[in-house]
Design a protein around this ligand. Sequence first.
Ligand code: SF4
Length: 284
Amino acid sequence: MSKIKIAELFYSIQGEGRYMGVPSVFLRTFGCNFKCAGFGMSKGQLSTEADAIAQIADKFTKYEELPLVSTGCDSYASWDPRFKDLSPMLTSDAIADRICEILPYGEWKDEHLVITGGEPLLGWQRAYPDLLNHPKMAGLKEITFETNGTQKLSKEFKDYLVGWQMPDFDLNREVTFSVSAKLSCSGEARHEAIRPDVVCEYEEAGYTYLKFVVATEEDAEEAIETADIYRAEGFTGPVYLMPVGGVESVYTLNNRRVAELAMKNGLRYSDRLQVPLFKNEWGT
Ligand code: SF4
């Protein structure tokens, strides 16, 4: 039976993107190919907040105890190896059981599954069919992969998802790829972060949109230029702007301005409702 290293598994409201406001189970897998230490920092600077917490990683026994950060990646413990002991390897059976425990009716009704990270398409593609085919997942209709858009789908996993679109597929099920492609404010190298070839392939397997995290007009301009690069390669899905801000003080500085930038440029606005609703605490 397949296993996945699970950083967090919780029930909340999806705060971002297409399914904003929908009650959702979040499966946060462990591991990421990026660090995104530039978020919330001045140009050219990298955050050391998560690094300082990692120096005392052995003091924490569960995610809920970890400090929130206002700069860098807000889910730092889901990929930094110094926190790996907080994330157990779980079988598909154990994950499906845990999901049924946290669903309000003990089974899938109208809830949506978010497979997030970390980078959920980095190491676990081989394990997802086993989980998604599990009898306890049969009532699940809508699934989103929250990805940074850099990991190619394996042939086997792509064929598996494309199979959901076939007339003989007996479950009513749709997959979405929510692609948060990283702009220069993330601190990641552009040639590694912007992979239209990869994202165009997601569109063959499911509904796909781009979601750029921005703070300034300059970021919004970069998002628009970058979206054009994806379009030139054949990308057809919608584009969202979303305010930077893993903590409320940063988010509230940005949200209205980003909404106005989205309107001005004819793009969609994505909030991050988990910040005003739940202060972006772990497990929300
Ligand atoms: S891609 Fe996402 S999970 Fe990975 S470091 Fe960046 S913000 Fe964090």
